[in-house]
Structure formats: C-alpha cells, structure tokens
Design a protein around this ligand. Sequence first.
Ligand code: 8YV
Length: 323
Amino acid sequence: MTPPHILMPAPLAPDVIDALDGRFVLHRLWEQTDPDAFLRDHASAITGMAVSTLAGAIDAGWFDRLPELEIVASFGVGYDNVDAAAAAARDVVVTNTPGVLDEEVADLAVGLLLATLRRIPQADRYVRDGRWPDAPFPLSPTLRGRRVGIVGLGAIGKAIARRLDAFAVPVAYHGRSRQSGVDYAYHDTPVALAEASDVLIAMVPGGAGTHHLIDATVLRALGPDGVLINVARGSVVDQDALIAALSAGTIGGAGLDVFADEPRVPDALLGFDNVVVLPHVGSASHSTRASMGQLLVDNLIAWFDGKGAISPVPETAHLAQRS
Ligand code: 8YV
C-alpha cells in the first residue's frame, strides 16, 4: 500500500520533516517552482497537511483545492492560523500541540515580567555599553506589592499563576466564565480585571473572538504604573492603542513576545525604554519544540493507522476517529 501523502506548505523543523519523510510521501510545497501546478497535479492524492503559522492561513481555499484532505496537523497550541470551523464543515480534523509547552511558556512569561519590571535587558546593555563605571544603573520599578491579572486562565495561564503564587503576589483572572475549583478572584470583563491589577498578562488564544480584547480602555484602566505582558498573540492587543498609551505615559511599560504583524515590530515600540521585546520565543527551547514536533507527527501517524487523532482541537473533536 502506498503511504499517505502529506502536504507541507512551509518548512517545519528538520526533525519533523525527517520523521514524516520516513513514514509518508511528504510534499515540500515551498521547494516547488510552480506551487499551483504542483497542487493541481497532486491534489487528489493529498490526505494530510502538516502546517505552522509560517504556512499562512489554512482556510476554506485550501480545503477547496484538496478534496481528499482528512487531517491538518498544526504546530503550536494556538491554531488561529487554521480555520477550524471551515475544516469541521468539510469533515477535516485539525490537531494542535497542547500540553507539551505549558510550563515552558509560563517560564518565559514570568521571565519577561521580571525582565520588564526590573529592566534586565536594559541593565545588560548598560554594562556592555561601558556605562557602569560612570554611574550606577537607575533604580527600577518592582514586582513587590503588585497585583497580577491574567487574561485567559487556561493551562498556560494556570502554570503562570502557580509560579506567581511563589512570588507572593495576589493573582486574579478574567475569562469567558468563572472557573469552579479556582480560588483566584474572577473579574467578568478585561476592564474590571485591569482596574484591579498592576500587571496584566495576556494568555488567551488568538482569533476573531479575542481580537483587540486589550484595547485603549483596558490599557487606561491598567493605569500609569501598570505593566502589560503579552505572551499570547499580537492580535489580542490593539498595538496602536498600546503605542499611544506608552507615548502618553498612561501605562508604565510592556513586555511583548508577540506582535500584530510578525516578524515586523514597529519602530515606535522599539523607541520606548520601558518596553522589552522578544521574537515570539515562548515555547522556543530545543526540548519543547522537539516535543511539539513529535506530537504533530504522532497525530498524523495515529490518524493514518486508524487510531484516531490524539489532540484534535475542540471544533473538530467529534471527527477524532477516522471513519
Ligand atoms: C509557536 C505558539 O511559536 O504554540 C503556540 O501557539 O505560539 C508557539 O509555540 C508557534 O506555534 C509557531 O508556529
């Protein structure tokens, strides 16, 4: 029997490519000189896709072109790059990589919070620039005495909260609903949470439902001493409103791992001394990225072995078993 054909529109990590190559007929679309002609010639054979955010939007247009498609395996816990509702409408199961990156992203979130408040990157630059002998580094804001609000208390949000418990700062949260069995204070709007917080950490999924959830009003509620940390998706924050708030001094600073139009970061953001910017590295350690890649591969293998998808996204959970 011929192995199933998997389409990879943009390159994933070399270990993912190797693992899929050994098991499937893997089509590397980015290597094709005429991708459209290639897709026309091979569309009827392709039953699976392996994608990441680098592949752009995986939407109804793709599903139209690939009539035999059964599964889209996406790299990352966030899957706003895939139109899961359109996939469900075509009986295409979508998988993501939950669970294997929660602690890693939470570590990074707390690191970014401390880096932003205590100005760790700025202090590093200060030493490298040879300025220490001239004068001590200026005093920084502190985490002490701050109230932290987490927008989105999912698995990663909870991992962040557990870490913050050890830092002895009060934690509160906002989400679509109050969670039973969770002791942290709940606020039913992002504005209410921001008003009750000195640090706001965004940890909600991206997509239409959370677009600009953190807008000018929320930033104003956070206040002139307040700090925003975004390790979720750039789309969750109104980036122009954030730049305006930083310019006006109506918030105190920001630590950002994600941006509206990655990998482009507006010069305006780079100009603020109270902003720390990272190149979307929340899950980007060797071991965690390897675990994410393995889960993507395992989903495809399990699916085509007839064992069902391991980690289907909720919109396609009812399709998890191959019929
Ligand atoms: C990756 C992520 O950078 O898991 C996610 O949702 O944002 C990150 O782990 C991203 O998925 C790369 O495609």
